[in-house]
Design a protein around this ligand. Sequence first.
Ligand code: PA5
Length: 447
Amino acid sequence: MKTITLDLNATQQFVAPQTIEQLKPAATAARQALEEGTCLGADFLGWLHLPSSISEAFIAEIQATAETLRRECDIVVVAGIGGSYLGARAIIEALNDSFAQLRQERKAPHVLFAGNNIAEDYLAELTSLLKGQRFGVINISKSGTTTETALAFRLLKKQCEEQRGKEEARRVIVAITDAKRGAARTTADKEGYKSFIIPDNVGGRFSVLTPVGLLPIAVAGYDIAQLIAGATEMERATGLDTPFEENIAMRYAATRNALYAQGKKIEILANYQPKLHYIAEWWKQLYGESEGKQGKGIFPASVDLTTDLHSMGQWIQDGERTIFETVLSVEEPTHTLLFPTDEENLDGLNFLAGRRIDQVNKMAELGTKLAHVDGGVPNIRIVLPQLSEYTIGALIYFFEVACGISGLMLGVNPFDQPGVEAYKKNMFALLGKPGYEEAGEALRKRL
Ligand code: PA5
């Protein structure tokens, strides 16, 4: 089956092939350190050979739980944030019909997301929407103590039990959490929920190919075996046995590090398919949390094109020259639709009539690439033959392994996220959480 490819041609006028070649030892050493578990953060390498280690029996267990939720629910709410949320949403939206939420006829329950904000309106509107509905809940939290997720779960559990009764609610609430620790584990064990484990050695942002992503994706009706097959092929293709010259993860990591060293501090992930919006959101967490530390790291940004050419296009073309872009390019759309003809031709577009709309999109992509390169923006292209479980699985694993290599080349631990705690400490102190009184006092003096 055709997998993803990497096109670095439009970076060569910014970083000479020799410069990339000089990074071969560093990229290879980083990949080797991942393989041998000798790198910074080596306790969190459980994702590295995850795809090839997933058994058919495990897939079947996830599918069986997904079937129960599909049978018993019209809506399934996934409660989770960050790594416990973005991957599932990214993959479901990339594969879904763009208007899935509005379609009357549907084969799978609507999958909604909560627990990723503390907005009262969002939660009030969600609970109002769920009134009288046959809904189920997938509660995802590795730590089991994340405020956003715990808050949403409190509301959803209560409502589900009130509407369906405790017994029935038990059948449609699933926990995905740590094997032993945290509130989510304690509640799951006490209530007798079906539960899945997030392995200790897989960090949140690398967890999409564990039940964290697999269960919601299976509930949405997608083939998780194909997703894993695509990831497994990419695990092989980016392994240590594949030399630097052919190893797309090492080459992507080396190129972005070379660009960074030249002052390209921002990487914009661009797509020409709005379905990929959340892939970029997932990618931003992956790279932002992995590399943004010790005063270093490329800032990961994203745009949906051509939409954002009418908002961010000016900046990209002409603003401070500190950016490069990585484009997710889908070769073949799922549907066929032709540019329509119009008798009056007032917009002057009849010259396009009868052509595939995708052909117009592709020329927009090519024209934009050439304009941006002329404007000093290096362009990396990641080509997906089409949007399918297989290609998305490959893309996910590619970004994960390239992220590990890239972070190590940058000299940081790509697998921790110490900075994420800072806002939590302040929030708890300001809210008066027991144990945070002194910190609260100090903060209030600053206000
Ligand atoms: O990547 C990470 O580790 C974090 O972004 C977490 O995924 C996020 O904070 C959610 O944490 P938890 O799953 O413990 O609720």
